[in-house]
Write a protein that binds this ligand. Structure first.
Ligand code: F3S
Length: 399
């Protein structure tokens, strides 16, 4: 790779050991992916996991004196103080989360602890070059905003945050953003929940190609958030187009950059229904409800609050959302309604964290296939339904 004088100086260690390590990793990625130079990034997001390997790397950068040039927003862990009030948090887990917080603060990260940074606090404009990790973030950045990011790891995104650059390859190049397969969506009018299933089942038909959806009109931000999350749970898709909706696809021709689509598949209502059946555990008695994988928006919190208003839940119900959304919910009265019904909002929290140990071995209900998928290894089973049905089931204790 051709490096600028400053990049070479970083690689030589003139900016400290931390920046040297970050540049060394980015240069290696660039060489592996045939990039010939670095380009500046204007935004970054780090999907920190609060796991030991992640922490090891962040602390290594801290020990090397690294500071972020482009302060990244960061993924959720868990709200330690909140969970200490409702369960026993292992001393080891408490230590990891405290050290993680300290390391990222020291690096100069923007401590949003939220997995939907693209909806609040870290929103790019069309064409911006960025480095985002997190499954729902990369497709939203590339597809909905028309900004550019590769499907970064937490570590490579952090290296870009420290150095301010990323290797020029992959989705940063116009020719690699061309649609690769046409997906006709023939399923009638789609609800927000349908996009969860559409996201999960599309890669089963398309592989990891860039899908170009035809037949979708006016999807909500929530639908697109969940579509991206599921495209990266059912598969590995960092970019898609929707004809007439996303900015690089005003027409079919534009989405395929003038080429004729070589492949075409159709997703029907029967496909969506089959996917839901395959992913969901059998109905019956449930022990709890969990929403927010990815984090819920205030609109989604409002849907749940309206439905439980003045009622009592038969099972506990948690919503995961950013601290900003929780604060907004408090101001708007939603949090009081939820608390009165027996529900709550866990701010800054991810379902893939050790704070939920008290739910292991139990059966929950959720609207998120991603939530159900990741918790299998923790012996949690989920019935998957749309948000409204989930809430009704939580009021009844069964579905
Ligand atoms: Fe967010 Fe954790 Fe799910 S980061 S998308 S709640 S796995």
């Amino acid at each position: 790779m051709r490096l600028t004088k400053e990049e070479q100086a970083m690689l030589n260690g003139d900016f400290g050991e931390g920046a040297k390590l970050a540049m060394k990793i980015l240069a290696a990625i660039g060489e592996a992916c045939y990039a010939d130079k670095m380009v500046p990034v204007s935004r970054t997001h780090v999907a920190l996991s609060n796991q030991e390997a992640d922490l090891w790397f962040a602390e290594k950068l801290v020990a090397g004196g690294a500071k972020c040039r482009i302060s990244p927003t960061v993924n959720p862990g868990f709200d330690l103080e909140y969970f200490q009030g409702i369960t026993t948090v292992d001393a080891g887990d408490e230590a990891v989360i405290k050290r993680t917080r300290a390391a990222y603060r020291e690096l100069g990260a923007t401590l949003t602890y939220n997995c939907t940074p693209y909806l609040e606090k870290n929103i790019p404009r069309f064409g911006e070059i960025t480095a985002y990790s997190e499954s729902s973030a990369t497709p939203y950045i590339n597809s909905v905003y028309g900004a550019r990011t590769n499907r970064e790891a937490a570590q490579s995104a952090l290296c870009s945050a420290v150095t301010g650059v990323t290797p020029l390859y992959g989705y940063l190049l116009t020719e690699n953003r061309r649609g690769q397969i046409l997906v006709n969506v023939d399923a009638g009018e789609l609800s927000d929940f349908d996009y969860q299933m559409l996201g999960y089942c599309t890669p089963k038909k398309t592989g990891f190609k860039i899908p170009v959806f035809r037949g979708i009109t006016n999807p909500s931000p929530e639908a697109l958030k969940d579509l991206g999350a599921e495209l990266n749970t059912g598969g590995n898709v960092a970019m898609y187009h929707i004809i007439g909706v996303t900015p690089e696809a005003p027409t079919l021709e534009a989405a395929f950059q003038g080429e004729t689509p070589r492949e075409e598949v159709t997703v029907t209502r029967a496909d969506l229904d089959r996917m839901q059946k395959e992913l969901s555990t059998e109905g019956g008695k449930i022990d709890f409800a969990l929403f927010g994988c990815p984090h819920l928006t205030i609109k989604q919190v409002g849907i749940i609050a309206d439905r439980v208003k003045g009622k009592k839940l038969a099972v506990p119900l948690w919503i995961m959302a950013s601290a900003f959304t929780k604060d907004l919910a408090r101001k708007m009265g939603y949090l009081d309604i939820l608390l009165a019904a027996g529900g709550d909002i866990a701010g800054d929290t991810c379902m893939d964290q050790p704070c939920w140990k008290f739910l292991y071995g139990k059966k929950g209900i959720t609207d998120s296939p991603k939530c159900a998928y990741y918790t299998q290894r923790r012996n949690m089973a989920f019935v998957i339904r749309d948000i409204e049905t989930c809430v009704d089931a939580s009021l009844a204790g069964r579905v």
